[in-house]
Design a protein around this ligand. Sequence first.
Ligand SMILES: C[S@@+](CC[C@H](N)C(=O)[O-])C[C@H]1O[C@@H](n2cnc3c(N)ncnc32)[C@H](O)[C@@H]1O
Length: 258
Amino acid sequence: MPINFHSSNNKYTYTNRQATDSWTHRIQNIIDVKEKRVIDIGCGGGIYTKQLALMGAAEVIGVDFSNQMLQAAEENCAHISNTSFIQGDAYNIPFADETFDIVLSRAVIHHLDHIPNFLQEAYRILKRNGILILQDRTIEDCTIPGSPEHIRGYFFSCYPKLIRVESKRRPETNQILHLLRDTGFQTNPIQTFWEVRKIHPSIEDLLQDLSPRTGRSILHELSDNELSHLLQHIYSNLYERSPIIEQDRWTIWTAVKE
Ligand SMILES: C[S@@+](CC[C@H](N)C(=O)[O-])C[C@H]1O[C@@H](n2cnc3c(N)ncnc32)[C@H](O)[C@@H]1O
């Protein structure tokens, strides 16, 4: 069953970690966020809203359609003065035309059924010369084999049926490029990169992080029994490793409103 973003059971699923330097450096290489007005669409628990604020943005607004996510994001960013959160849909973003310098949407487009409608909204709220940053995993990113760094790869070697789920929902690199151009954006070359997701001091910490399915919507497709079998599979591969530096491979599309 797909994750329900509106359930209180999943409230903290996108708050239990910090953005790492690998992400910060990648974004800094794309654009200097200092003094920029930024919106984070599908902000979840505000992990990246917070990081953009800490990177020196003038203001970062997190938007999400889930009240539960927004409550968690507000708690997560309680001490960061230049962040704020508002409920809104990616297809109907509650801001005027030409409001933002940067639109970020991380790990969201694979959850959207109407990506062109979202891109039109992103285009509308961007100022001239503003930039859209889309970060998501393609099917190629997802299915890189499991290794001590790429933990997600074990999900698919253990349960090939998950590849079918991902194939249906994951964006295709060139399709997104075409949609961006159709919307009127000037596209930049695509980038791929490895983001350090979390550093787990031991295998026990990793298993504890995985068992509530935290931050990994694909695990909601497994039953409790299947999940516990997967955890045993991961344990048997990694029990001698510590720390475990978990990384995910991502694709980034950047596009400018000229
Ligand atoms: C996988 S989480 C990513 C959260 C955050 N961007 C991150 O990278 O940690 C996807 C988020 O998108 C939100 N979302 C999904 N569809 C949405 C829509 N149509 N409008 C607004 N938010 C949406 C969900 O509620 C969820 O918080």
